[in-house]
Design a binder for this molecule. Structure first.
Ligand code: UDP
Ligand code: MG
Length: 315
């Protein structure tokens, strides 16, 4: 930290992004070099890439300096990789950004300006999900709507991990004890004075998204179960309504039998009732399982990520 310049930490997760490493740093540092009043420190997290990402990162570190590399022992997922980066981000402002150049580094000067003007968090909101297919768009829309109806912590739609946070905000995030980290939710939970700036999301530099449908579905479940107990509590009410209906039906059957005797048929209605209730009960148990699985994950208190090796910034 020389000449009292303000330090900005940029946190970047890399998972099999070898082909894009140099292009990413070229763009990032061309933005950084145009802001001589600030010193940019990069924390690059190699999230267990199976390609030559690490070698490319080391080359970039030779060429540009100011890159701190954290090499994780395996793929821990983007949320864990971000946590590893945030734990090491010492700048007065911290900016998590994707390494595939979908998040334009050119937005950074504007973010810093807003932060200087008093915002503690500056959120980048994607203008349009132009790079998403119609199904992805629909699913994302549904997720935000549903999440925000049932969860206490509302997450602003179309705001991802690309943002600027002051060191105080990151300090709070670092102190959060949970192992399973749904970053979007945690970011929203901490609060602070936020401002939003819109940006146009770019297509991926190369390759395709590291997230498939199943990963995204689990990600959505993670989000909802991390920030809401509504799916747990709703069963009390479903049970109450079902019992009430059953009681009314029971009264009807008893009265009918007293006055008209019994006429044995009823196989169809019996089957429907048994199967329907069985299904509902299984769903209820499944929801319990989702939460218990997460409690299990938390109580084990395993670390969020494991570092194989760190290459700190040379000066
Ligand atoms: N990423 C990661 N670990 C993973 C998956 C992704 O560190 O297990 C990184 C990836 O290298 C990229 C960012 O997270 O920098 C976003 O990933 P991607 O572009 O695949 O996701 P999308 O943009 O589709 O949300
Ligand atoms: Mg991407």
């Amino acid at each position: 930290m020389d000449h009292g310049r303000t330090t900005i930490s940029v946190v970047v997760p890399f998972y099999n992004e070898a082909a894009g490493v140099e292009a990413f740093f070229a763009r990032l540092f061309s933005v950084a070099d145009a802001m001589p009043d600030y010193e940019f420190d990069v924390v690059a997290v190699n999230d267990g890439s199976t390609d030559v990402t690490l070698a490319r990162l080391l080359e970039a570190r030779e060429r540009h300096g100011r890159i701190h590399i954290v090499d994780l022992s395996r793929n821990f997922g983007k949320e864990a990789a971000l946590s590893a980066g945030l734990d090491r981000a010492r700048g007065e402002a911290v900016i998590p950004i994707d390494s595939d150049l979908q998040h334009p580094p050119e937005l950074i000067p504007d973010m810093i300006r807003r932060w200087r003007a008093g915002a503690e968090v500056v959120l980048a909101r994607r203008n349009d999900r132009v790079t998403d297919g119609p199904l992805q768009k629909f699913a994302a829309g549904m997720f935000y709507r549903m999440h925000n109806v049932i969860a206490e912590t509302k997450i602003p739609p179309d705001v991802g991990d690309f943002r600027l946070m002051s060191q105080e905000v990151v300090e709070v995030l670092r102190g959060m004890p949970e192992n399973r980290r749904f970053m979007k939710g945690l970011f929203a939970w901490v609060g602070f004075r936020s401002e939003v700036i819109p940006y146009d999301v770019a297509p991926r530099l190369e390759g395709k998204s590291r997230f498939n449908v199943w990963k995204l579905w689990n990600f959505a479940l993670e989000g909802i179960t991390s920030f809401s107990t509504v799916p747990l509590r709703v069963w009390t009410y479903i049970g109450a309504v079902t019992s009430l209906l059953a009681l009314v039906y029971a009264a009807y059957i008893v009265i009918k039998t007293i006055f008209f005797g019994t006429d044995l048929p009823g196989y169809a209605s019996l089957m429907v009732g048994v199967l329907l209730l069985g299904g509902i009960q299984l769903i209820g148990i499944g929801v319990l399982g989702e939460y218990i699985g997460r409690i299990y994950g938390e109580v084990k208190r395993r670390p969020v990520y494991v570092v194989r090796k760190e290459f700190t910034v040379e000066r």
